[in-house]
Design a protein around this ligand. Structure first.
Ligand SMILES: [Zn+2]
Length: 413
């Protein structure tokens, strides 16, 4: 069920509504502004629902004639199946996750598209990827949030404490939502931003003194959703020795622009989530200095960027790609935790979440994600990724966030 959004949220969205500098229409005019971050109730029926995901994965598995294997690897807090689809027999593993924030819905569709293609195409391109890589996609890693079309999962702190009795006296974590956010009312149905629940120590068990934590601190694997992703990552590492690449698919604000232009950013990329553990800033994670490969993350991002610039010949929107803010320090994200463990890591941040952009541009934005994913897979499979210049990453244009650039430290959206 799609719940009504709470619209009277001036305090929550204060400073979020923003009109690009090139816009002349004042906000008070009768016509709606050309771009707004104001939360709205938008339809989402064109995106793949949880029930449709089950049907689609089953279909892909059947038509792939054994190439695609679908596996249940756990259950969400409200009992929805956590599913992965695996295709390819190659020695390098690429793990793709999507919709950890349930209002960010192009990722599942693009992940399904690429698994469908790799599972059914007899092209030389698909064959090479299948031979060189093992691609594991988890299209909906927060299905309860996806069903509610909101950022946070559907879980109370009391439920977490019941699962981890040692937390009986601990403070509720900082990323526990009980108040309105992005137009969603969490007061009756609280939840966590589970994209801060990861920990670089994949064997970590929650300890009361590690709460309430903070955005620049690791998480605790208290949610069944992050536990499932962690378990998949760990088992792939055991099977292959390493998870070569980890890609996490998100959405960001709807009104960011390419610097010096009035073009909205179609997607931002990043390969930087935590400070280098070999430097003083990253000393808290010094034990990961040997596995950390920031240059490889940059090369993977360049592969996605180059593929999208090439596709801009078909549609100029594919070329409006920027670098996500690089001032992040987020060891509690899957990207930060897995990057410290040695994976090349890539963040996709597509334009606009459901509360502002809804289904607008759905086809183009999903295609953008697909092209970026295909660019990365192709580049690893051919070995070309090793020839890409990490310095090209630093030449990707930054994101013009307008007024929102004033916020202190960037969160992953
Ligand atoms: Zn997100």
């Amino acid at each position: 069920m799609h719940r009504m959004r709470v619209l009277a949220l001036a305090a929550v969205v204060a400073g979020a509504a923003f009109v690009p500098a090139t816009t002349t229409a004042p906000l008070s005019s009768a016509a709606p502004p050309p771009c707004s971050e104001e939360p709205r109730e938008n339809p989402i029926s064109e995106f793949t629902s949880y029930d449709e995901l089950l049907v689609e994965l089953d279909r892909i598995e059947r038509v792939s004639a054994g190439r695609v294997v679908v596996e249940k690897i756990g259950e969400s807090n409200r009992g929805r199946d956590m599913l992965l689809a695996r295709v390819g027999t190659g020695p390098k593993v690429v793990l793709i996750t999507a919709e950890i924030h349930g209002n960010e819905k192009t990722g599942p569709d693009a992940a399904l598209d690429i698994i469908d293609y790799l599972g059914t195409s007899n092209s030389a391109h698909a064959r090479r990827i299948r031979e060189q890589l093992t691609v594991v996609a988890m299209p909906k890693i927060n299905p309860d949030a996806g069903a509610l079309d909101r950022r946070g999962n559907d879980m109370t702190w009391e439920e977490a404490q019941a699962r981890f009795p040692q937390l009986a006296t601990a403070q509720a974590p900082w990323n526990y939502y009980t108040e309105p956010r992005q137009g969603d009312d969490y007061s009756q149905r609280p939840g966590f931003d589970v994209n801060r629940d990861y920990n670089p120590d994949l064997d970590y068990q929650p300890q009361p003194q590690d709460f309430p934590g903070a955005s620049d601190k690791p998480g605790w694997f208290i949610s069944p959703e992050t536990q499932a992703v962690r378990d998949v990552y760990r088992s792939l590492r055991d099977e292959f020795g390493a998870v070569d690449t980890y890609i996490d698919l998100h959405h960001q604000g709807a009104c960011y622009t390419v610097p010096g232009t009035d073009r909205f950013v179609t997607m931002s990329l990043s390969g930087k989530f935590v400070a280098d553990p070999a430097t003083p800033e990253g000393s808290a994670y010094a034990e990961f200095a040997d596995t950390f490969r920031p240059e490889y993350s940059k090369q993977l991002n360049v592969a996605a960027y180059n593929a999208l610039q090439a596709a801009a010949n078909q549609n100029p929107d594919f070329g409006n790609i920027t670098l996500y803010p690089q001032d992040t320090n987020l060891p509690g994200t899957g990207l930060g935790s897995f990057q410290l463990n040695g994976s090349g890591a890539v963040l996709f941040e597509v334009r606009g979440q459901t509360q502002n952009l809804g289904e607008q541009h759905r086809g183009m934005l999903t295609r953008t994600v697909y092209i970026g994913l295909d660019g990365i897979l192709s580049s690893i499979a051919s070995g070309q990724v090793d020839n890409l210049d990490p310095a090209d990453y630093d030449r990707i244009p930054p994101t013009d966030r307008g007024q929102q650039a004033k916020s202190a430290i960037t969160e992953i959206e």
